[in-house]
Structures are given as structure tokens and as C-alpha cells.
Design a protein around this ligand. Structure first.
Ligand code: NAD
Ligand code: IPM
Ligand code: MN
Length: 326
């Protein structure tokens, strides 16, 4: 069994050792193949996703990725983020599962990951107008919606579909496809919700939601909000799945350049992404549960500064390892 490990940029290489240590403890047979990605890829190879890195990801049974992004490249033609879009589409991982939970809330955002405004036509017209286009084919919507109904069925049978059908053609098609798929899931309670209201409802009473499905952009934004109302961005993991085995596992958060280099980043999101990988890519449910529990206990007992404590990244990782050994 092989995992391609992409530490990434900023706090990425700081939070990755926690995951490496947890895997050495829980799944020592899994071989980790480390590869450069993001700004690290640009610096070493002139591209955020070097060929070798993509090959390692495709050959692996799963990909565990730290956050990428570096202010140095924000205005450059070649940017770390471009590697993320290529990697996700090369792996075919269209369903991005972003859970958020705390004492009162337990929800799952399913973000469509391979379409919409991230992948539509873009450019500059002669008059200087710059455009990005939100584009979806019905089958791209159908597969992620079907996946969401399946997930809802295994939870509390409630699905909220997010769109902007009062304005956007893509959203009207999205809503139509949702209705068509819903016929196959009469046991799942379905509601449509406009994105602006959904953001307000998430901020006001996140506990009303179970599974939410949203397009690429709406899902990106709502998942940061869901993380914020359930403890913070440093806690939020994700799993990106396609129809095949494996998947791409990465925190919801970015490279946090504002705190990078200080050794105080919260590795919880990276560790919870590792737990999702053990669970979903390797069917190692007991190990995944053990890691989740160890992270939960450490969040309560040895918190990092972002969640009100003073533990360093290493002290947090030490506490997770100690909890795993118990
Ligand atoms: P960010 O998620 O990096 O940071 C937002 C805020 O949350 C910052 O104050 C940061 O310090 C804090 N934060 C995030 N993760 C944390 C953690 N683990 N522990 C403690 N605090 C944490 O968002 P940003 O600042 O808008 O973006 C920075 C860079 O990250 C950009 O280049 C962006 O493109 C990139 N990014 C990458 C990914 C990814 O690789 N999937 C995701 C989001 C953003
Ligand atoms: C995320 C990030 C990425 C996205 C960026 C870095 C391209 O914000 O994974 O949530 O928008 O998909
Ligand atoms: Mn995001």
C-alpha cells in the first residue's frame, strides 16, 4: 500500500509530520512517497505539479496533501493553485466531502470539485473585459448529487441542495437534475436553498443541516464558514473521491502564510484528513476512529493558539501520539 505525500507550502510542511507520525503508529505497512507540489514544485521544477509528482499520485493508493499557496506567486503567471486544479481533475475526484462537527452540529458539505467557474472558459476580451464562466454538464451535476443522496441515506436522510436558481442558468439546471435524481431516493428528505440564505442559516443555526451539496464555488465558500462555526479552519478535513478506489485527502484550510514558520499551526485538519483516508481509501475503520478520538481529546486537552490554547504544533502532535498509545 502506497500513499503519495505532498507536504505543500507555508504551514504544510509543519503539520505534515503529525500525519506521518500517526500513520507510522497506526498503519506502519503503508509506504509514504513524498513529492513536491505547489510553490515547492514551482521552485524546484518550474511547475506546481511536476510530472514525477503526478505520476507518484496516480501510482499511489491514495494522496495525502498539505495546503499549498505562497504570496510570492500570487501575481505570477504560474501559480501553486493551478496545480490543485490539474491534480484534482487528473485523479477524477469529483466529490469533495467536507465534514464539520462540534458538540451541537454534525454536517457534511459535498462540494462538486471538477466543474463550475473553476474550470469554465476564461479570458480577456478586446475591450479589456475579463471573464470566468460557470459551466456545468448535467452528468457532472448528476454524479455528485447521486453521491450526496447516497451519503445522506447513510446519515440522517436529509439533503439540502445549494444553488442560486433565482439568477443562474447553471443553478436552474442543477435544481432540475437534483429533482430527477431525487425520484430514486424517496426516503431522503430534500430541500433546495439559495446560497445567500444558506450562508446566513449556517452562521445562525448550523445544526439544522445534515448533508449539503453545492457547486464548486459555493461549496468552497460554505465549507470555510461551516469550519468557522464549528471550531475553526484548523480543524476542518476533506476527502475528495471519484468512482474508483483511493482519493485525495487534504485540509480545507490553506497554507496560512500569516502564521507559517512559527510552529504554532493546528495539525488537526491534516490529522482528520489522514483519518478520512484510513477510513475511506483503506477501509481501516478502527484505526481511523482511533485517530479521530485522539485528535478530539487533544483538541480538548492540548489546544493550539487558534483554538484558545498555547500548544505548539509539535506538542499537539506529541499529545495525539500519546493518546494513540493509550
Ligand atoms: P488560509 O486557510 O491559509 O488561512 C486563513 C486563516 O486561517 C489565517 O488566519 C490562518 O492563520 C488560519 N489558519 C488556517 N489554517 C490554520 C491551521 N491549521 N492552524 C491555525 N490557523 C490556521 O487562507 P488564506 O490566507 O486565504 O490563503 C493562504 C494561501 O493558501 C493562498 O495562497 C491560498 O490560495 C491557499 N489555499 C490553499 C488551499 C489548498 O491547498 N487546498 C486551501 C485554501 C487556501
Ligand atoms: C480549497 C482551496 C482551493 C479551492 C484553492 C487553493 C484553489 O480554497 O481547497 O478550498 O478553491 O479549491
Ligand atoms: Mn477553500
Amino acid at each position: 500500500m502506497k500513499v503519495a505525500l505532498l507536504p505543500g507550502d507555508g504551514i504544510g510542511p509543519e503539520i505534515t509530520p503529525a500525519a506521518v507520525r500517526a500513520l507510522a503508529e497506526l498503519a506502519p505497512d503503508i509506504e509514504l512517497v513524498e513529492a513536491p507540489f505547489g510553490a515547492a514544485g514551482i521552485r524546484g521544477f518550474g511547475t506546481p505539479l511536476p510530472d514525477e509528482t503526478l505520476r507518484a499520485c496516480k501510482e499511489a493508493d491514495a494522496v495525502l496533501k498539505g495546503p499549498i499557496g505562497d504570496p510570492e506567486f500570487d501575481a505570477a503567471d504560474v501559480r501553486p493553485e493551478q496545480g490543485v486544479f490539474v491534480l484534482r481533475s487528473e485523479l477524477g475526484v469529483y466529490a469533495n466531502l467536507r465534514p464539520a462537527r462540534d458538540a451541537g452540529t454534525d454536517l457534511l458539505i459535498v462540494r462538486e470539485l471538477l466543474g463550475g467557474i473553476y474550470y469554465g472558459a476564461r479570458g480577456v476580451r478586446d475591450d479589456g473585459t475579463v471573464y470566468d464562466t460557470c459551466e456545468y454538464r448535467p452528468d457532472q451535476v448528476e454524479r455528485v448529487v447521486r453521491r450526496s443522496f447516497e451519503l445522506a441515506r447513510r446519515r440522517s436522510c436529509k439533503l439540502t441542495s445549494i444553488d442560486k436558481a433565482n439568477v443562474l442558468e447553471t443553478s436552474r439546471m442543477w435544481r432540475r437534475v437534483v429533482r430527477e435524481v431525487a425520484v430514486d431516493y424517496p426516503d431522503v428528505e430534500l430541500q433546495d436553498m439559495l446560497i445567500d440564505n444558506a450562508a446566513m442559516q449556517l452562521a445562525r443555526a448550523a445544526n439544522q443541516f445534515d448533508v449539503l451539496v453545492a457547486d464548486n464555488m459555493f461549496g468552497d465558500i460554505l465549507s470555510d464558514l461551516a469550519a468557522a462555526v464549528t471550531g475553526g479552519l484548523g480543524l476542518a478535513p476533506s476527502a475528495s473521491l471519484g468512482d474508483g478506489p483511493g482519493g485525495l485527502f487534504e485540509p480545507v484550510h490553506g497554507s496560512a502564510p500569516d502564521i507559517a514558520g512559527r510552529g504554532c499551526a493546528n495539525p488537526s485538519a491534516m490529522l482528520r484528513s489522514t483519518a478520512m483516508m484510513l477510513d475511506l481509501a483503506f477501509d481501516r475503520h478502527d484505526e481511523a476512529r482511533a485517530l479521530e478520538d485522539a485528535v478530539d481529546r487533544t483538541i480538548a486537552g492540548t489546544p493550539t493558539p487558534d483554538i484558545g490554547g498555547s500548544a505548539s504544533t509539535t506538542e499537539f502532535a506529541d499529545a495525539v501520539l500519546a493518546a494513540l498509545a493509550r
